[in-house]
Design a protein around this ligand. Sequence first.
Ligand code: GLN
Ligand code: ZN
Length: 758
Amino acid sequence: MLITTLGFPRIGKNRELKFLLEAFWRKEISEEEFLKKVEDLKRSNILAQVNAGVEVVPVGDFSLYDSVLDTAWMYGCAGKRFNFDPKASDLERYFIYARGDAKNPALEMTKWFDTNYHYIVPEIDGQFSLRDNWILEEFKWAREVLKGKKVRIKVVLLGIYTFLKLAKPKDESQLIEWMKSLAPVFSEVVSSLIESGAKFIQIDEPALVYGKDKRAVRLAGKIYNELWDIGKKKTQFILQTYFSSIEEYFPEIVQWGFDWIGLDMVRGREANLKAFSCTKAAKGVGFVLGVVDGRNVWRTDYSQAVSTLRTFARRVGEERIMISPSCSLQFVPYSLEGEDLGEVQPYLAFAMEKLAELKEIKAVYDGDKELLKRNRRLISNLQKEAFRNDEAVRARMKALSKEDFIRSVPFKKRFALQKKSLNLPLFPTTTIGSFPQTQEVRRMRRLYRTGQISELAYQVFIAEKIREVIRFQEELGLDVLVHGEFERTDMVEFFGIKMKGFAFTRNGWVQSYGSRCVRPPIIYGDISRPNPMTVSEIRYAQEQTDKPVKGMLTGPITILNWSFVRTDIPRWQTAYQIALALRDEVLDLEKAGIRIIQVDEPALREGLPLKKREHKRYLNWAVKAFRLATSGVRPDTQIHTHMCYSDFNDIIEAISAMDADVISIENARSRGELLDVFRTYKYDKCIGPGIYDIHSKRVPPIEEMVELLEECLRRGIKKELLWVNPDCGLKTRDWPETKRALANMVKAAMVMRERYGE
Ligand code: GLN
Ligand code: ZN
């Protein structure tokens, strides 16, 4: 029973990757130095796993920015429209795909399945070639690194179906067409690996968990089948799935001829077990069993893990079992070393601790009773900890009634009331909340956090920033202002710190995209809000201007989805607890004279279960959580929400059911794709599809923004309901860019008023 992993935190123990990327982009280090240091990082990631007892080590899971982009790069299909400076190096080109430059808007970026990791969406035209067989180089390099060690290398490739599915084909026929033309190139890569002596090849096909695209999946099986002629005897092939169960395809894929099938036995446990017990597996097929949760931070229940292993081993034999995490470990922090999480800490496991768990589970399987006993005690102690339950919170949850989820009057009436009280022009302009977070802002926050400046000095500084940004927005002529969010490092952490039931790590970073990392809080107990969290800053901002200032909150579903959650109560209960805390905040803001309150829910879509049959239930409670947080306000208080980086088309009804008066939504980067839905769905509340892609340095010209607004009208959004705003918050941009872009945006709104105003 070999121990393997499916991927490891690329960013390194101390976010080395982030700092290297940033130094390179700022031209502080040369390409050569950058690549050399990256190599050191990759080496230490591999060795960390080997030293922890991993016997089959993945190679190829590392990426300088994103693995989907790497795959597209390999096949020369990232995007034809890119216009590179002929002098640009490969590395520079690679980053231009990811981040754009003055001449080229970046490729679209979107969520990787239901995680908070973002991948780059290649723009595929159906043409593929072996542009750069980097994976082969990677394999050869790893072989050198691991020379003399008693481990096996496993080369990780993104499967042909999942890769192309993630590239957003317009339908299954196009997907199939693409698969057919990619197949020969794919097999060329695999052949090269086999010839060079790769013993294990892991082909990731997580998209199988959707249970969709019957024809395309069948074709994938055929394509893989043809590989066996090339190298079946020399190389073992693993078909790896994760994030959910694959019962829809289980009977089929065990016949595909793979040596191993990798299953998520945490999130997909029940259904995968059932599928396994109902299927007559093809002879000789082994299973890679993901029994340690790669998506959460709690210690594993060894009894359950071992029982899963035994169920499989009884039928296929121990030698046909590998033990692994349920998915790549890139979704959990690197290690608990140096953390001080008090009473919660003994119950936690990050990536390094999970590696240790794999080894222990194997030992328990082999009969270590002492280890098992200790683990049993730990698991049962957690259930009994006092920090789990707060009676007051439980009582409030019990007392909830229908009215708590409904605004007092319907939108149409609210619209009229708000129109009168806010007196905004047609095509009102606003931003999403944050403004550029300069070095200075970050430095002051750090000084405050580490106690080097006083609370008062810090507050004076934030107040000054707020005054500046209010003046800045007034000068630009924006209609609805924000306070800039300078006091917030992170939109979830900021609130989590102020609520009970959350724990925070010092170094628990997880990659969100490229160089961007987040530090998700750990929800370990019942949640409440002891004191107001945002009122003083927002009130101060409102005092500086006659224009309305939006109060800014992060929504319950986003806080939930961007945290590591407890697993002893259902997610919806945690969501309602957060919603109740936010509801108090919303009402406090209203009391303080704030007339517009925005509750951001950028993560609503990514929490959508991967299986369609579970969508309805999730959306139902997610929408209710948002409404619980927001529906206590007066009719003339305007509730905004914001969402980004997702496909909204399939959840538009749920978005509407949130009953927010205004929603701002990502749109610019996927070039109007979002708007398709409005052809068929009559969205009847205010909406601001983003017209400025804030993830790129590029300043969009006025005409381009006007054109996007015109497109909105053409798609049937009523002019009275259309708002003008960027895609997302501006915190990653710099001031000069922001000023030019927002000035253009305000002018675009003026052009529209000229054209459509009465
Ligand atoms: N209000 C937040 C901001 O502007 C929203 C961020 C987000 O959607 N991810 O930064
Ligand atoms: Zn956003």
